[in-house]
Design a protein around this ligand. Structure first.
Ligand code: B12
Length: 148
């Protein structure tokens, strides 16, 4: 079964190259990708994920305002009753930061994985395949338990 991934650049950010590369790599890996493009709002991510019954939401941010742009994002996801894996990646803080602090911040916010601007798309795809397979296995186990 094809797995659907929602991809976009959040907030007022207009850096398009990274998500274009990610979109192509994800499609080549067999994912069904809905690319929201740049300057996408939290509502657009959530509504599109819901409308497409997506398995994952991938947020990109380059211009340094990701912390502000993602505030309340996971609350909206919970309110929409979405069961999605969430990743964020790019240049997530202003200037030269300690990336481990940045990663911890976004993990605390609710993102399942946090990627820096050196990320090779294949790294994200490997992680996604592992995470989504794990989710499938868990739900398969649950339905087997129910029918047993
Ligand atoms: C090109 C560019 C622009 C172009 C964008 C053109 C366009 N439409 O795309 C223009 C000139 C418009 C621009 C504008 C600005 N820019 Co600019 N820009 C860049 C630049 C030079 C390259 C970005 C790029 O295309 N990289 C190539 C792609 C392939 O790499 P990438 O975007 O990093 O994406 C990869 C990874 O990050 C990762 N990734 C990204 N997202 C995600 C998401 C997930 C889930 C995952 C897994 C991985 C992932 O995978 C991608 C593929 O490998 C960078 C500097 C740099 N070297 O990165 C600055 C940079 C991003 N820009 C910066 C800034 C500050 C701005 C402006 C605010 C400047 C200003 N004062 O106006 C504006 C913002 C405008 C806006 N509204 O967004 C800063 C951000 C600083 C920060 N975060 O602290 C940077 C880092 C430059 C710098 N060193 O200061 N910019």
């Amino acid at each position: 079964m094809t797995q659907t991934v929602i991809l976009g650049v959040i907030g007022s950010d207009a850096h398009v190259v990274g998500i274009t590369i990610l979109e192509q790599a994800l499609e080549a890996a067999g994912f069904d990708v809905v690319n929201l493009g740049v300057q996408s709002s939290q509502e657009e991510f959530v509504e599109t994920a819901s409308a497409n019954d997506a398995e994952a939401v991938l947020v990109s941010s380059l211009y340094g305002h990701a912390k502000q742009d993602c505030e309340g994002f996971h609350r909206r996801i919970a309110e929409a009753d979405l069961d999605v894996t969430t990743y964020i990646g790019g240049n997530l803080a202003v200037g030269q930061d300690d990336f481990e602090e940045t990663r911890a911040f976004f993990r605390e916010m609710g993102f399942d994985r946090v990627f820096d601007s050196e990320t090779d798309p294949e790294e994200a795809i490997d992680a996604l395949m592992a995470d989504l397979d794990m989710r499938t296995t868990e739900s398969e186990r649950e339905s087997q338990a129910v029918s047993a």
